[in-house]
Write a protein that binds this ligand. Structure first.
Ligand code: SF4
Length: 328
């Protein structure tokens, strides 16, 4: 996320910067003294909600085709995907000078340890890669994998990014995640006990959740042992089970307009633990995959800029209303 810094008040916030939220990009910049870019990899994993061990249909909103960058193809080796990803980012974001391999597609710890070791080692031996971010489900982690990652984390930046999506089991059931929120809490606690950083993503606007329920998640998420979070507004993807559900019962869905989302995220950030870095406020799927209207062509970086502007206009910041944090 790359938005202008707030220089309006000269205040320094608890995360050590003048920006009004704890930015993950800045957190990484401080760690590496350089601008870090993630390079996505599709290493050919599947997930237990697709291969039949838990289910075959997947989560109702899932479409990895829509979520993955075009240079990620499992037919290509990890090294080739890293080279192509770095080439892509060099053209687009010229300021990036460090790269992290982002094992993104499906569940990237869902394989025997020997295979994981081989894939992660291939990424880490690439001369431009400084570490790994591994995206997975909370029920696809175990102490054997965590022990291995813990060893790696002594030499490299290692973070596990868990898809949690909602703090409510009624929602997780409705979107067919086939794990519970308690599974997510256990995975985060075990990851922390192994000394490994954790990220998590959450979706706002899932069917059956009220505005107040979503807002109340700020307090629940604040208590989790997380280094970073990514937030996405619900986007309805063509061809998904959720699209069928929407066609049958459109009244069950209330999609955020970008204006309402700005209001929601601002209120959410005020309640969020200031120690948790925020990596994204929105998701962005190419419009050709969307079954609903995009947000007036507003890109994620524009929305992020507007959110930061709104924080400034209303003179508020991440954690201002978080329990235990005094107003500045
Ligand atoms: S969202 Fe993730 S866990 Fe769900 S079906 Fe897709 S790959 Fe599997």
């Amino acid at each position: 996320m790359d938005v202008d810094k707030n220089k309006d008040t000269g205040r320094i916030y608890p995360w050590g910067s003048s920006r009004r939220f704890n930015s993950f990009a800045e957190h990484m910049r401080k760690t590496y003294m350089s601008r870090v870019q993630k390079v996505s990899i599709d290493a050919g994993f599947t997930c237990p909600n697709r291969d039949g061990s838990k289910g075959t249909g997947g989560c109702t909103y899932c479409s990895n085709r829509a979520f993955n960058p075009s240079y990620c193809l499992p037919e290509k080796s990890v090294t080739v995907q890293i080279n192509e990803g770095i080439g892509f980012h060099r053209k687009r974001y010229r300021r990036a000078d460090s790269y992290i391999a982002y094992f993104q597609a499906y569940s990237n710890t869902y394989a025997p340890l020997g295979m994981l070791e081989k894939l992660y080692d291939e990424a880490l031996t690439h001369p431009e890669i400084k570490g790994l971010i591994i995206s997975t489900r909370p029920d696809c982690i175990n102490s054997e994998i965590l022990d291995f990652l813990s060893d790696l984390s002594e030499r490299w930046y290692i973070s596990i990014e868990y898809g949690i999506e909602s703090c409510y089991n009624k929602t997780l059931e409705r979107i067919n995640r086939r794990h519970t929120f308690e599974d997510a809490v256990t995975a985060l606690e075990e990851t922390k006990s192994h000394g490994i950083s954790s990220g998590a993503h959450f979706i706002f606007g899932l069917p059956g959740e009220s505005y107040d329920e979503m807002l109340a998640e700020a307090q629940i998420i604040s208590a989790l042992p997380l280094t970073s979070v990514k937030f996405h507004q619900l986007q309805l993807i063509k061809g998904t089970e959720m699209e069928n559900e929407y066609r049958k019962k459109p009244g069950d869905f209330e999609f955020f307009t970008w204006q309402k989302y700005l209001e929601f995220i601002t209120a959410f950030l005020e309640r969020l633990n200031p120690e948790i870095a925020v990596e994204r406020f929105t998701g962005e799927v190419p419009p050709r995959y969307l079954a609903t209207e995009p947000w007036n062509n507003k890109r994620s970086d524009q929305i992020a800029h507007l959110i930061e502007k709104r924080l400034e206009e209303t003179d508020t910041w991440q954690g201002r209303c978080h329990a235990g944090v005094n107003a500045m």
